[in-house]
Write a protein that binds this ligand. Structure first.
Ligand code: ADP
Ligand code: MG
Length: 251
């Protein structure tokens, strides 16, 4: 079998007629969605609308029931695809920071680099230090997660994902578990990433971030995309009653 090749001109993420059911519960009811290279696409919508499931399907943490997903031109819903290889190109950051509590910040950032990427310890440490600097936490290299604020832990989680050199980053409500005063630092790191040209899919309730940083905004409800467009347009001039109703509760 020939190795599928990354196609540099293909969309970063291309989702076609995606359906996902859990038992009798159809959670995604035909999603068409794409993210271009270098684009920041934000996804908003009420709790239970299927945002996390969509994001998890893109990383193959969930197996779609039907439909096709392409990442950089490679069909990842092809049963023969190398799942680990797909995942290694996609960084993911969750609401809960998911750091290894018994490992130092530095070790949190080096372990997968050594085990999955096969990097030497020195190389992994150098990459880790570079990414900790990027998220403003160089001085925390020897700290343990429990000694960091939630915002710092989330920035470490971002640095850890970046240390795997992903082509794109998925964020699932990365600031929802944070105290309000810690949200800004995490959003600032994400904004920097976007300005460096990182391709990003961001599930968020931060409408200010979506408006300022997002290139495209998708509103989901009940397992479908109800409305999408330029963030300023969708937020200021929603075309659907369901969007208006949702925005009236969160803005
Ligand atoms: P959102 O992220 O928009 O809040 P989710 O994608 O998490 O929505 O969930 C959408 C629906 O799918 C919910 O009804 C949820 O209960 C259901 N769901 C999500 N994951 C699972 C799972 N692993 N097993 C069964 N049901 C699930
Ligand atoms: Mg969710």
């Amino acid at each position: 079998m020939t190795e599928p090749q990354v196609d540099p001109v293909a969309a970063a993420i291309d989702v076609q007629d995606l359906h996902k059911s859990f038992g009798a519960n159809e959670v995604l009811k035909g999603i068409d969605f794409h993210v271009d290279n270098g684009q920041v696409v934000c996804v908003i919508g009420p709790s239970g609308s299927g945002k996390s499931t969509l994001l998890r399907c893109v990383n193959l943490l969930e197996t779609p029931t039907s439909g096709r997903i392409f990442v950089e031109g490679i069909e990842i819903t092809d049963p023969d695809v190398d799942v680990d290889k797909v995942r290694s190109r996609i960084g993911i950051v969750f609401q809960s920071f998911n750091l290894f509590p018994h490992l130092s910040v530095l070790r949190n950032l080096t372990i997968a680099q050594q085990r999955v990427k096969g990097r030497s310890k020195d190389e992994a440490v150098a990459v880790a230090r570079r990414n900790l600097e990027k998220v403003g936490l160089s001085e925390k290299v020897d700290a343990y997660p429990a000694h960091l604020s939630g915002g710092q832990q989330q920035r470490v989680a971002i640095a850890r994902a970046l240390s795997m050199d992903p082509d794109m980053m998925l964020f699932d409500e990365p600031t929802s578990a944070l105290d309000p005063e810690l949200v800004g630092d995490v959003l600032a790191v994400m904004k920097d990433l976007a300005s460096e040209g990182m391709t990003m899919m961001v599930v968020t309730h931060e409408m200010g971030f979506a408006r300022e940083v997002g290139d495209h905004l998708v509103f989901m409800d009940g397992g479908v995309i109800v409305e999408e467009g330029r963030p300023a347009d969708v937020l200021s001039d929603p075309q659907h009653e369901r969007t208006t109703s949702f925005l009236s509760k969160v803005l």
